[in-house]
Design a protein around this ligand. Structure first.
Ligand SMILES: [Zn+2]
Length: 287
């Protein structure tokens, strides 16, 4: 029964996959890796044995259910991304006058390609914080991100809400599996950055990231593209993203946005990028 309870808890937890800042908003079917990881954790064992196909995979190497690509419109309560008490080594700014756009939670087969198109049309590099199992499932998009010169960032295997409290063996496995999935799609690519789900960093996580030569990156500007409960979707959200970025970006900012399940992001940035380019140098974070 305890295993079943742990699996149920993990199922609820995995519903937090919708974005960095919004827990428990998606009604998508639970993903197999979460249940497996939680069940293994409850036994005190490492979550899974690393394998080329990833954790908790079905024999085909695919999750039992892929997340929906439609935007979440549920009205669950949400909270702000964690911004207090960050370890000192976590970077919130670029360290120069340049501004870095970061896009989290993909790759998304629907919403990442049009965003890449916008970036390419404007000759702008950005940083993509990728979720491991999605990198495994959509390798062609990962390869395109790398081939087009964007910076890669590890955003953990499955964006667990309680990632920061997972035991050492799970965290070490998760970060490595995510990098492996990215590198399987884009051999030789550099993955120099790590972003904890919801920005919930701690020195222990950062230590494991450092073992893989990744620096922890937070953000200074949150475009609030995850706050559909408050700001809605479609034109209302495009307006919100635009105002957030225009009102808060300054020299040296790292800007947080999302591509996964966020069809309005590419549209918003199609207008925002020329505006930003007129005021700032836009960079992918240095590799
Ligand atoms: Zn995220």
């Amino acid at each position: 029964m305890r295993r079943a309870a742990a699996a149920l808890l993990a199922t609820l937890t995995i519903l937090a996959l919708s974005s960095c800042g919004s827990p428990a908003k998606s009604k998508a079917a639970p993903l197999e890796p979460a249940s497996t990881a939680a069940a293994a954790s409850a036994t005190g064992e490492p979550a899974v044995t690393p394998s080329p196909s990833g954790p908790g995979s079905s024999p085909s190497g695919k999750p039992s259910a892929k997340p929906s690509t439609s935007p979440s419109t549920s009205r669950s309560p949400s909270r702000s991304p964690g911004t207090g008490g960050l370890p000192k080594d976590v970077v919130k700014r670029t360290g120069s006058d340049s501004v870095a756009l970061t896009f989290d939670d993909g790759p998304d087969p629907v919403n990442t390609p049009p965003l890449l198109d916008v970036l390419k049309q404007n000759n702008v590099k950005a940083t993509f914080c990728l979720v491991g199992f999605r990198a495994r499932d959509y390798p062609a998009i990962v390869k395109r991100i790398a081939d087009e010169g964007h910076t890669l960032c590890n955003h953990t295997w499955q964006h667990l809400q309680d990632f920061s409290t997972r035991d050492d063996s799970y965290v070490r496995w998760d970060l490595k599996a995510t990098n492996d999935a990215i590198l399987a799609a884009a051999p030789g690519a550099k993955i120099k950055y790590f972003r904890a789900p919801y920005g919930n960093f701690n020195t222990r996580l950062d230590g494991f990231a450092a073992e893989l030569r990744m620096k922890p990156i937070h953000w200074e500007v949150d475009d609030e593209s995850w706050r559909t409960d408050k700001y809605g979707v479609g034109p209302a959200m495009i307006d919100r993203i635009t105002k957030q970025v225009q009102n808060n970006t300054r020299r040296g900012s790292i800007v947080l946005s999302h591509d996964n399940k966020k069809p309005w992001t590419a549209t918003a940035y199609a207008s925002l990028i020329p505006w930003l380019k007129a005021r700032f140098e836009l960079i992918g974070l240095p590799e």
